[in-house]
Design a protein around this ligand. Structure first.
Ligand SMILES: *[C@@H]1O[C@H](CO)[C@@H](O)[C@H](O)[C@H]1NC(C)=O
Ligand SMILES: *[C@@H]1O[C@H](CO)[C@@H](O)[C@H](O)[C@H]1NC(C)=O
Ligand SMILES: *[C@@H]1O[C@H](CO)[C@@H](O)[C@H](O)[C@H]1NC(C)=O
Ligand SMILES: *[C@@H]1O[C@H](CO)[C@@H](O)[C@H](O)[C@H]1NC(C)=O
Ligand SMILES: *[C@@H]1O[C@H](CO)[C@@H](O)[C@H](O)[C@H]1NC(C)=O
Ligand SMILES: *[C@@H]1O[C@H](CO)[C@@H](O)[C@H](O)[C@H]1NC(C)=O
Ligand SMILES: *[C@@H]1O[C@H](CO)[C@@H](O)[C@H](O)[C@H]1NC(C)=O
Length: 665
């Protein structure tokens, strides 16, 4: 019966510890509701005034909901806030454009550790008005004829306009590589050479490419050092995002067409929130000036973040040789695609149109980062497949322009109130989430000064005492205490001289060594002043409880220094101490003339009983062998009588002789 019970209990224990559904509140010693609920998502607080029984700590109020229920806390008294969301969209008004992203406005109260999932309806933006920026590499600008870069730009704009007639050019930019200071000195511009510029890494021109003022010729970079690889494209992209006002973006839907036949360089690292501190994330463009100072390459994560923030989509129109590299980059950026430029540049329009169509049929929702917040998306795309990722994206929403996203947010710690924005890339629409951490308790229990002895504030079932008062009901006035109850006997010291009397109760001193503990109602006990053996408290084989050793099984003695084992007393033939002594503390205490670890040695034994007579005759010249002592006792030599010879072992010589003194025989 007992065994069955144990079996069931261990089964329950195994299930209980392994089952992930069993919540376990790991918080210990949380004395306030706030501390309790923010310590773990699995902790709840019981606000029942009378929940804590005598002798219990206040922290028993903090445990899992299930456990509190078991302990008798009423459902209404369990404080266990759950994350919640409230949509605060205004009612839709007639005549107003329906938003592509709904809801648009919500508030979220997030309990640390408790994720919250909400659904967002998305309508893919139509190919509506878009601002287009043309960004080309210097290498490309100088590749063919000096005209080709500008002509290509004009082709690009008209290709986009074929798909989306309202698209407008917002100027163009040319990038080289990250500038290094040496190149400044090697400027090779001729005196007054038109269109030759001093060394630059990014040059921005605000004239629309489809306007009559647009230059027909790309400016020449006068620094030979920069006519090599043009790998500073990400620097320039970052500037198109960071310098909104300088670039002159008008609409919220923005497209950059990036043309290059070179690769790019990026800084290592994954710092999505570094934009505020990073140099490369700030705008460095000045009116009418190129960027010629040295900037750091951005990281891809920084760039992705900045592009999301500024709602910029990109077409990487690149030559076949570098297309793969840009595809890898594009996969990491929120909304971008790669178009392979035909080598003769004859049919650029088709490539751009195709890429722009692809970009427009994609749906991407991305967010600006909030430090400490974890956001993930589940998207159900046209193919019916559910995708989970760091962005809500469908490469092709098909004919159905509507999609829904499940967004899950969670935080580990309490966060300051702040806003989170989810942007539908390529459209001006976004969802603003006002975020608040649920780290305080709304217990709804009014003031109850009487319960707290008019000396404290009542909140969530417990009293917070004013200074000078303690106790669960603040009923102990520290100034009017009596220490009679802190003495074991009237003549004794208060708390045995090892503690302070606080409101009639001893608070025992703490020892510097954390392994040493003073306790007891009068601090009369401790666990370090027991008997020691071999330098160890209780011989290392017991626990010191209130000054006394409580030995582990197998040990006895006041210092637990005596083993109850007998293995070291066991003779080879199986007898204890060869039956010639007692086994005490696993050591033979030999009797009579015997010696040796197992009492196996008896140097003076001759025959069976001859020894006694030999002793008599050798020592005293008396006894039955008196006449023929030398002859009978050849194997025994009295040390004094035969100094030349030694007896192999005679440790008990003296006592043996004393024992066999004539009086005893
Ligand atoms: C919750 O209650 C169980 C059982 O009484 C106890 O073992 C555990 O320590 C408690 N947890 C906390 C956080 O107090
Ligand atoms: C969103 O809500 C906030 C306050 O809750 C309000 O100030 C703001 O105007 C709202 N925005 C929209 C688009 O409804
Ligand atoms: C350009 O390429 C597309 C397909 O890629 C083709 O349909 C079109 O006829 C081509 N146009 C010219 C002018 O070659
Ligand atoms: C973020 O949330 C996802 C899904 O909820 C989870 O898999 C991931 O481990 C979380 N990351 C962190 C850093 O908490
Ligand atoms: C004494 O008690 C303290 C507190 O319970 C404990 O941490 C420590 O290990 C104990 N020391 C010994 C030697 O048992
Ligand atoms: C083992 O030897 C001792 C002395 O050598 C003897 O007294 C004892 O009887 C022996 N015991 C057994 C079980 O043979
Ligand atoms: C025996 O007794 C003598 C004299 O009292 C002493 O010198 C000697 O050390 C003793 N021997 C032993 C083994 O106790």
């Amino acid at each position: 019966m007992f065994r069955v019970t144990v079996f069931i209990m261990s089964l329950v224990l195994i299930l209980w510890t392994q089952c992930p559904c069993a919540q376990e509140c790991g918080a210990l010693h949380e004395n306030t509701c706030e501390g309790c609920i923010s310590s773990s998502p699995d902790c709840a607080w019981c606000k029942d005034k009378y929940f804590v029984r005598g002798g219990q700590q206040r922290s028993v109020r903090c445990n899992s909901t299930a456990r509190l229920r078991e302990m008798g806390c009423a459902e209404d008294d369990i404080v266990d806030p759950v994350s919640l969301q409230t949509v605060t969209d205004p009612l839709p008004r007639k005549g107003r454009r329906r938003a592509l992203l709904t809801p648009q406005n919500m508030t979220v109260e997030l309990r640390p550790g408790k994720p919250l999932t909400f659904e967002v309806q998305v309508k893919r933006p139509k190919k509506t008005s878009v601002d287009v920026y043309y960004l080309t590499s210097l290498s490309f600008a100088g590749k063919d004829s000096s005209h080709s870069a500008m002509q290509l730009g004009a082709q690009v704009i008209s290709a986009v306009q074929e798909v989306c007639p309202e698209a407008e050019s917002r100027g163009f930019g040319i990038f080289g590589d990250k500038h290094n200071t040496d190149s400044e000195r090697t400027t090779e511009c001729g005196e007054g050479e038109l269109g030759c510029k001093k060394a630059f890494s990014f040059s921005h021109s605000p004239s629309p490419l489809d306007s009559p003022e647009a230059p027909t010729k790309a400016p020449r970079n006068g620094a030979r050092a920069l006519q090599g690889p043009s790998e500073g494209g990400l620097l320039a992209l970052m500037q198109t995002a960071a310098c909104g006002a300088m670039i002159g973006w008008v609409r919220n839907a923005r497209l950059v067409v990036y043309v290059s036949d070179h690769g790019f360089r990026a800084a290592d690292g994954d710092t999505p929130h570094a934009d505020s501190t990073s140099d490369s994330g700030r705008c460095h463009l000045r009116e009418g000036q190129d960027i010629s100072r040295s900037l750091d390459y951005p990281t891809v994560a920084e760039l992705a973040h900045k592009l999301t923030e500024n709602n910029i989509q990109i077409i990487f129109a690149v030559t076949e040789g570098v297309a793969e590299k840009y595809q890898e980059l594009s996969d990491l950026l929120p909304k971008s695609t790669v178009a392979i430029l035909p080598s003769d540049l004859s049919n650029v329009t088709a490539a751009i149109k195709e890429a722009y169509n692809r970009l427009s049929s994609a749906m991407v929702v991305s967010h600006t980062g909030v430090p400490g917040l974890n956001i993930s998306y589940i998207t159900e795309c046209a193919d019916g497949e559910q995708r989970s990722s760091v962005r809500g994206a469908c490469s092709d929403t098909g004919d159905n322009r509507r999609t829904s996203l499940k967004v899950t947010i969670s935080s580990k710690d309490c966060l300051e109130p702040q806003s989170l924005h989810l942007q539908l890339l390529g459209s001006p629409d976004r969802l603003s989430v006002e975020l608040k951490s649920l780290c305080s308790c709304e217990c709804g229990d009014g003031p109850d000064p009487e319960f707290c002895s008019y000396s404290g504030e009542f909140r969530c079932g417990v009293c917070r005492c004013y200074p000078g008062f303690i106790g669960s009901r603040c009923d102990c006035d520290l100034e009017r205490e009596s220490d009679a109850t802190c003495r074991m006997k009237e003549a004794d010291q208060v708390c045995s001289g090892r503690g302070d009397c606080m409101c009639g109760q001893c608070e025992c001193n703490r020892r510097e060594n954390p392994a040493e503990h003073i306790y007891g109602q009068y601090c009369e006990c401790d666990n370090f002043s027991c008997e020691r053996a071999l330098g160890k408290l209780c011989g290392g084989h017991g626990r010191c409880i209130c000054g006394e050793c409580h030995c582990d099984s197998g040990f006895v003695g006041t210092a637990c220094d005596c083993s109850t084992e007998v293995d070291r007393c066991m003779s080879p033939n199986g007898s204890l101490c060869s039956n010639r002594g007692n086994c005490e503390c696993n050591q033979c205490k030999c009797s009579g003339p015997y010696s040796g670890p197992l009492c196996e040695v008896c140097p003076t034994c001759e025959g069976t009983c001859g020894f006694k007579y030999c002793v008599e005759c050798l020592a005293f010249g008396s006894g039955p062998y008196k006449e023929n002592c030398q002859e009978k006792c050849t194997s025994i030599r009295h040390p004094r009588s035969t100094p030349g010879e030694t007896v192999e072992r005679l440790p008990n010589e003296n006592s043996s002789l004393a024992e066999v003194s004539p009086q005893n025989t």
